[in-house]
Design a protein around this ligand. Structure first.
Ligand code: FAD
Length: 465
């Protein structure tokens, strides 16, 4: 089959999956004049970044707290496109806390990048001088260029660069395990280095942390309005059973009914692709690639207390199972807990392999006990409600060598394109990676330009772009 020439005014595009990849692709193509029809099997949009009402409670919860950084240029452009950029709260400071309550705050200062956070880093009371010198040396090794993935894992790199165990436990591990959702000994050096270069070293703006102030499906549900306002159609509760392509177009089976389109974009998670495609020989290499990708879990623990247990909106919790605390009652514009004297916290555990087999009750008991070590007021507070959300296949694992198994947006069938955080975007499994993949697939299908550039490096980092 030779590559057909699309005409946006007449061409129809079916998109399978209403996560960020599918929504970004659908929004870009609808704006460019394509007839977009998107199918999402769940009753709500957002995929792995979504929210829903917890059965038996009146609570709408995110499947997990999602954060972005200033360097997520395509995600931020997507928010602007949808008109929801005001619904992201931005923070310049991150607080690290030890059990017992000793804390320190990382924030940008007046020095030029890559030294903009150096004064607050040197002031840190959770690291000693030996840690700080070792971390600074290792950071400088990451400045000149992004290393290639040569199969080494990042723990081995850290040990090779003389990092003390305490520096690993209190700095490298908390930052990277939450950014990449993988253990240090299972993540590639390239991805770990990318996190530090893009967010810590490049500029203060690149490292700002953004947190949605509305539930995730509310944020991303606006993409359905955007697509439909441009003549498209978004179907929820619409599971696609199979996808086939021929020289004239693509055929989807949706709940037993056939749907034809000129093109399709498959924007499901990587482990859903195999079930949708027939066992055609030309698809064999794609199947083989995807079988080599693995996934890693994240656990979110949602706790409602009868009172406030900390004034902080968020914090990194060191040296325990729980890794991040987000005070949703302060972050979400829609909540009234504080006015009623209560508080709603979400605790996040990334790469949570040890929690997958544990019961909900065991996890809640552990979390409340650990929380009390950081915030003594939690010991006195009454827990009024709690739930645990385990996402066993939260993200693909950025393991050494994994890039070789991430396919491009172009499939062996000229009328079928691939999107999803697992495609070859160069980014780890993130909302930014998903939006990049959606825009990338839309570019591969059309002659449009949807991807936006990275933030420019500032200060001395301009020498190393
Ligand atoms: C617990 C958790 C925490 C995370 N934290 C962060 C974070 O803080 N920051 C960050 O940037 N990223 C985070 N991520 C990663 C981020 O959520 C994902 O990388 C991103 O949302 C993936 O988007 P996607 O569109 O590629 O895939 P998905 O969101 O998985 O979308 C695929 C969609 O396809 C649908 N689908 C599947 N099969 C079919 C079918 N047969 N028919 C129709 N529809 C189908 C699915 O229901 C789903 O909605 C987190 C992920 C999880 C799970």
């Amino acid at each position: 089959m030779s590559a057909p020439q699309p005409n946006p005014q007449r061409s129809s595009v079916a998109i399978v999956g209403g996560g960020l990849a599918g929504l970004a692709a659908g929004s870009a193509l609808a704006e460019a004049g394509y007839q977009v029809e998107l199918f999402e099997r769940r009753p709500y949009l957002g995929g792995r970044a979504s929210s829903y009402e917890l059965p038996g409670t009146a609570e709408v919860v995110d499947n997990c707290q999602h954060v972005l950084l200033g360097c997520c240029t395509n995600l931020i452009e997507f928010y602007r496109r949808l008109g929801v950029e005001q619904q992201i709260r931005w923070y310049d400071e991150i607080t690290f806390i030890l059990p017992g309550g000793r804390s320190s705050t990382l924030k940008p200062g007046a020095l030029p990048p890559p030294f903009h956070a150096a004064p607050s880093f040197l002031d840190s009371s959770v690291l000693d001088l030996k840690d700080k010198l070792a971390i600074a040396r290792a950071m400088m090794a990451l400045v000149p260029k992004l290393p290639k993935d040569d199969g080494e894992n990042f723990l081995s790199w850290l040990l090779r660069h003389g990092q003390p165990q305490q520096a690993i436990n209190r700095f490298w591990m908390p930052v990277l395990v939450s950014a990449l959702n993988e253990d240090l000994d299972r993540m590639s050096v390239r991805y770990a280095a990318q996190v530090f270069r893009e967010s810590f070293l490049k500029s203060a703006e690149a490292g700002r942390m953004g947190v949605p102030s509305v539930p995730l499906s509310q944020l991303y549900g606006t993409a359905a309005d955007y697509i439909e306002a441009r003549g498209g159609k978004v179907h929820t509760r619409a599971a696609v059973d199979s996808v086939r392509a021929d020289a004239e177009g693509v055929q989807l089976c949706v709940g037993g009914e056939d749907v034809r389109a000129d093109y399709a974009i498959l924007a499901t998670p990587f482990n859903g692709v195999e079930k949708l495609l027939p066992d055609a020989p030309e698809l064999g290499p794609l199947r083989d690639q995807l079988r080599n990708l693995t996934s890693s879990p994240i656990t979110g623990i949602h706790l409602w207390f009868d009172r406030e247990v900390t004034p902080l909106e968020h914090a990194v919790l060191l040296e325990r199972t729980i890794q991040w605390m987000f005070q949703k009652s302060k972050i979400l514009a829609t909540r009234r807990d504080s006015a009623q004297g209560g508080s709603y916290l979400e605790l996040v555990v990334s790469a949570s392999k040890t929690l997958v087999e544990k019961s909900r009750a065991e996890i809640i008991e552990m979390a409340v006990m650990e929380l009390g070590e950081f915030f003594p007021a939690a010991r006195e507070a009454k827990l009024t409600k709690a739930t645990v959300i385990k996402e066993v296949h939260a993200t693909f694992s950025p393991a050494p060598g994994s890039d070789a198994f991430r396919p491009s947006h172009i499939s062996p069938w000229p009328r079928l394109f691939l999107a999803g955080d697992w495609t070859a975007t160069g980014w780890p499994s993130t909302m930014e990676g998903a939006v990049r993949s959606g825009y990338g697939a839309a570019e591969a299908l059309s002659s449009g330009k949807f991807l936006v550039p990275d933030l420019p490096a500032k200060g001395l980092m301009r020498l190393f772009e």
